[in-house]
Design a protein around this ligand. Structure first.
Ligand code: SAJ
Length: 400
């Protein structure tokens, strides 16, 4: 079988590679010629442990080929970004552009699947677009939505073992899509309709956002009440039906901090909790930055000199090098702006160089600092010695 993956990003590329590894002849398409060139050379342009070896294998065997234009196939997958516009309105223009690119190639019996996180009704919208341009294909091709669920860093395992939700525009489409994914997915493939599958993806990430907001709200209350929030959550979680997540310096990445807006934009009256959770999680980053600034001011008043501050972590979550939409990066930027970059040591052990921040080794920064601010709970920070002379602001539970 031949399949065409439109988009070779964090999800499209790994999925294309795993599909190719399982005997599917894959064309991976990206508008960025550099990505195409690297992929054809067997080089990963994203960071994902273990994936480059498999890429080299499938490129060498001819199972995967990258291109800037799609090729005639039997199945087409839209795995392109769906960002939001200025007012948090979802932007599905990449999905539409990818769909238009494959439109002329579609023929009877083909499968068309959207994997990109999408607002409710996107699959039906693309169905209308396809049939308005190619009316002869009506009821002759299969159209479905199947969201990805993988966690960066564990993609190879999760692509194969996670359950998936597959929603067609009709039962035949769902069946055909299930047939395709069963070639490499060992998890259960759950069938539904396209709107439910779209909402399911948004629900999963909004649910996590709401749960993190609860933990972040507790951290604000505990800060005022003089209670250690980590101890509190640990104790509350001893209840058999309580399972609170961890507070942090805000919610980052391009999924959890984005997808809830796809619901709130369309259902502003109904989605009160979802909207509030977004607000709380955004506010937490602002609050952390203020807290650092206040501590710096206090230090200066007491010691008649400016403090040296170590900002520990830039990545959006522990043990990765991904800085996109990172609350830690936001806090570091805000603090640096407030003091003209003076005496701020920025640490990110998973990144070698950064074009904006001059990075300092974490041991060195910790040694030199008067104030240590833990922003991302990287494992490497956990082995730092405890020093009672330092002021420590722990926003991510390193010292818990
Ligand atoms: N975070 C906390 N406290 C926690 C857990 C996470 O503050 O207890 C923060 C992290 O530090 C980070 C943000 O939340 O800033 C998001 O991290 P994450 O690990 O929760 O999620 P992502 O964005 O890496 O991946 C999520 C996953 N979705 C769910 O767990 C419901 C993943 O399965 C999805 O495939 C992915 O979004 C996606 O692509 O949608």
């Amino acid at each position: 079988m031949k399949a065409c993956f439109m988009g070779l990003g964090y999800i499209g590329l790994p999925t294309a590679i795993i599909a190719a590894k399982h005997g599917i002849k894959v064309t991976g398409v990206d508008i960025n010629p550099k990505v195409v060139e690297m992929t054809n050379q067997g080089k990963l342009h994203i960071i994902e442990p273990g994936l480059e070896e498999i890429l080299q294998e499938v490129v060498k065997s001819g199972a995967l080929k990258a291109s800037t234009t799609p090729e005639v196939s039997e199945a087409y997958f839209m795995v392109v970004p769906t960002p939001f516009k200025g007012n948090h309105e979802p932007d599905i223009s990449y999905v539409e552009a990818a769909t238009r690119a494959v439109l002329p190639l579609l023929k009877e019996g083909d499968l068309y699947v959207i994997e990109s996180t999408s607002p409710i009704g996107t699959t039906e919208k693309m169905q209308r677009l396809i049939f308005s341009e190619r009316p002869e294909l009506k009821d002759k091709i299969y159209i479905a939505y199947c969201p990805e669920r993988v966690l960066p860093g564990n993609v190879i395992y999760e692509l194969v073992h996670n359950d998936r939700v597959i929603g067609g525009i009709n039962p035949q489409s769902t069946r055909e899509a299930i047939k395709f994914y069963s070639q490499f997915v060992q998890g259960t493939l759950h069938s539904t309709n396209s709107k439910t599958a779209e909402m399911c993806k948004l629900t999963e990430n909004s649910s996590r956002d709401v749960q993190i907001a609860f933990a972040n709200e507790l951290s604000l209350i505990c800060d005022k009440a003089g209670i250690n929030v980590w101890e509190l959550i640990n104790l509350a979680n001893k209840h058999p039906r309580v399972n609170i997540l961890q507070p942090g310096c805000g919610v980052g990445g391009h999924c959890i901090a984005v997808d809830p807006y796809f619901i709130t934009a369309e259902f502003p009256i109904e989605s009160q909790i979802i909207a509030k959770a977004r607000e709380i999680n955004n506010y937490k980053s602002f609050w952390c930055a203020e807290k650092v600034q206040n501590e710096m001011l206090k230090f200066e008043l007491e010691h008649h000199r400016k403090p040296i501050v170590a900002m520990m972590g830039l990545a959006f979550k522990p043990n990765i090098d991904d800085l996109r939409e990172s609350p830690a990066k936001y806090i570091v930027t805000k603090v640096m702006q407030s003091c003209n970059n003076a005496n701020i040591l920025v640490v990110e052990p998973n990144v070698k160089n950064h074009n904006v921040f001059k990075l300092t080794d974490y041991n060195e920064a910790y040694d030199k600092a008067d104030i240590v601010v833990f922003l991302t709970a990287h494992d490497s920070f956990k082995s730092l010695p405890r020093c009672e002379y330092k002021i420590v602001l722990d926003f991510c539970g390193i010292c818990k």
